[in-house]
Design a protein around this ligand. Structure first.
Ligand SMILES: Nc1ncnc2c1ncn2[C@@H]1O[C@H](COP(=O)(O)OP(=O)(O)O)[C@@H](O)[C@H]1O
Ligand SMILES: [Mg+2]
Length: 551
């Protein structure tokens, strides 16, 4: 039967009669729609459908690598979203970032598979067939026609979109080849419109590189770009309050992802193992050796196998670093705004009263050079208040009225006449822990008989009977990405948790996702999954309060 007749047959019947569409495929002139999941309640989330376009005509050279496909699907997603003419047809809202998503892919037959949600119309709980016909048979085909066929796309714009993404990926390689951490192009706009908007601030002062670190990069597109190259080592950013330090660091954090043209940060590119380290008091920490930073706690509390439901500012910051390094990062970002002072530093005067034999904390100041020299762990640290950090820096930058200046030479000259030594307390050598393994049966997303993994904003994962506080994992970008993270925590453990340590477990699962286009996650037909890095997944796992590790 034709879709139209089926719908007319169930007009004004109870909403669950829509179920007749489920698992059926209907053919239009140039595409088909498969109703993969139909909700039986109009107040539930929308139903899911898969659009298949065989004659999309998108040339192979626009999609013959993983990177190209990410950029291409992102473009189609944006076009589809822009063309939506009906509030009942739903796809996730595109962000400023270009991300690998579950919304679309090319299957083995080279068919473009594109996932959408449809809110099937009702009056109360009764089916409105004519409305449904309008949505599915009139409005949807127009959107598909305008956004998923090569001939209707703006080819020049599409080419530029992919080209930009490839240029950005090229800079990522450039960083690795040049022992560098970050590239920030001249002309970049770093500040955002507001604390809750990811759009660029209007009339912002544009970034200009200090000449001492300015480089020129010839991009695959043929364009030549100039900007600041921050090299591996200990990099300090200082400056007066409100002069743009945090804004710079936040742009660097965001640079682990590629941004769209016009964002202002499209050529702010950061090495993809960057992790923001901050204090997080109240954090759950399980079975972690934090002794490289914290030892001799009162009453002999074990710091080689530290366990707490409620850590302090300093112990949480120590745990965050140890776990970042465990996960593989060799690049940490620290802002004094979000750090525990006693973790960062301890001054001379207070050392007379809190002597080093009774102080459990080895401040980061005493480790930062050691970890770079021994393990090549680089850092970018903001401090406007602690001069001691200038002594341990490879380079010092000053932010003055949103302009970056290189004051390394000035600082070195200053210390020529002053004592530039950091006291040596003969602490035991720093070490990086090897990745831990999970104990058995410590991850359970069931609530009663059903799996429940949901995200609330970017800040909480509801995970069975638990809720995971992710509000301090700053590199999580959206609720959809957070839900993806929650599912990977469970599914990677289920598949690889017995055999592998947590890092291998997550890395293997991420590889699977790239092959399966997210169809190994819980909702095969969801357009909403967004790929996270391994770091965000591992960090979320650590915050699940049932988790315990073998060590
Ligand atoms: N390049 C810029 N142009 C205009 N405004 C900026 C720029 N960089 C930062 N700001 C704004 O200045 C304010 C202070 O910046 P912030 O980075 O928090 O300073 P700091 O960390 O040095 O105290 C913020 O409101 C921010 O949006
Ligand atoms: Mg600040």
């Amino acid at each position: 039967m034709k879709l139209k007749d089926i719908l007319l047959n169930i007009d004004f019947k109870g909403y669950k009669h829509y179920k007749i569409l489920e698992k059926k495929e209907f053919y239009f002139k140039d595409f088909s729609i498969f109703f993969s999941h139909i909700q039986s309640d109009p107040y539930a989330p929308p139903s899911a459908a898969i659009i298949k376009v065989k004659s999309h005509n998108i040339p192979l050279q626009l999609r013959d690598s993983f990177d190209k496909r990410v950029a291409l699907i992102d473009y189609l997603h944006r076009e589809f979203f822009r063309n939506i003419n009906d509030k009942n047809i739903i796809v996730p809202k595109p962000l400023q970032k270009v991300l690998y998503r579950s919304i679309g892919f090319f299957d083995n037959d080279d068919t473009l598979v594109f996932k959408i949600n449809i809110q099937l119309p009702a009056k109360g709980r009764r089916i409105l067939a004519n409305e449904a016909i309008k949505i599915i048979l009139n409005n949807l085909p127009k959107i598909v026609q305008n956004s998923l066929f090569y001939d209707s796309l703006d080819k020049d714009k599409l080419n530029k979109h992919i080209e930009l993404y490839l240029d950005q990926q090229f800079i990522r390689d450039f960083l690795k080849k040049n022992n560098a951490l970050v590239f920030i192009a001249n002309g970049s706009i770093l500040p955002r419109e507001s604390g809750i908007s990811d759009k660029p601030l209007k009339n912002a002062i544009k970034f200009i590189s200090p000449s001492s670190i300015e480089v020129e990069i010839k991009l695959p597109s043929g364009n030549i770009i100039r900007g600041a190259l921050i090299k591996e080592g200990v990099n300090i950013i200082t400056g007066g309050g409100f002069h743009g330090k945090t804004t710079l660091l936040e742009a660097i954090e965001a640079g682990i992802y590629n941004h769209i043209k016009g964002d202002g940060r499209e050529f702010v590119i950061t090495r993809d193992d960057a992790v923001k380290i901050r204090a997080e008091d109240g954090r759950y920490v399980a079975d972690l050796d934090i002794s490289p930073f914290i030892r001799n706690l009162p009453y002999g509390k074990d710091t080689k196998r530290f366990y707490t439901l409620d850590s302090s500012g300093s112990t949480s910051q120590a745990a965050n670093i140890i776990e970042a390094l465990e996960a593989g990062s060799r690049f940490i970002l620290i802002d004094e705004d979000t750090s525990a002072t006693n973790f960062m530093v301890k001054d001379e005067i207070i050392s007379n009263f809190i002597t080093h034999d009774i102080e459990p904390i080895i401040p980061f100041l005493y480790r930062v050079r050691e970890i770079y020299e021994k393990y090549k762990i680089s850092s970018i640290i903001i401090t406007g208040g602690v001069g001691e950090y200038l002594k341990v820096a490879d380079r010092v930058f000053l932010m003055r009225e949103y302009k970056m200046e290189d004051i390394t030479i000035k600082v070195k000259d200053f210390f020529k006449t002053k004592n530039s030594n950091i006291k040596n307390y003969n602490y035991e050598d720093f070490y990086i822990i090897s990745p831990r393994r999970l104990k058995e049966n410590v991850i359970n997303p069931y609530k009663g008989k059903k799996i429940k993994i949901k995200s609330k904003d970017k800040t909480t994962i509801i995970f069975g009977n638990y809720s995971i506080d992710t509000s301090k994992i700053e590199t999580i970008i959206s609720s959809n990405q957070l839900k993806t993270i929650g599912e990977i925590v469970y599914l990677s453990y289920k598949k690889y948790g017995k055999k592998y340590n947590i890092v291998d477990m997550v890395e293997k699962f991420l590889e699977d996702i790239k092959i399966n286009n997210f169809e190994n996650l819980l909702v095969k037909d969801s357009p909403s999954y967004i790929l996270p890095r391994k770091y965000e997944i591992i960090f979320a796992l650590h915050r699940l309060r049932s988790v315990r590790y073998k060590i």
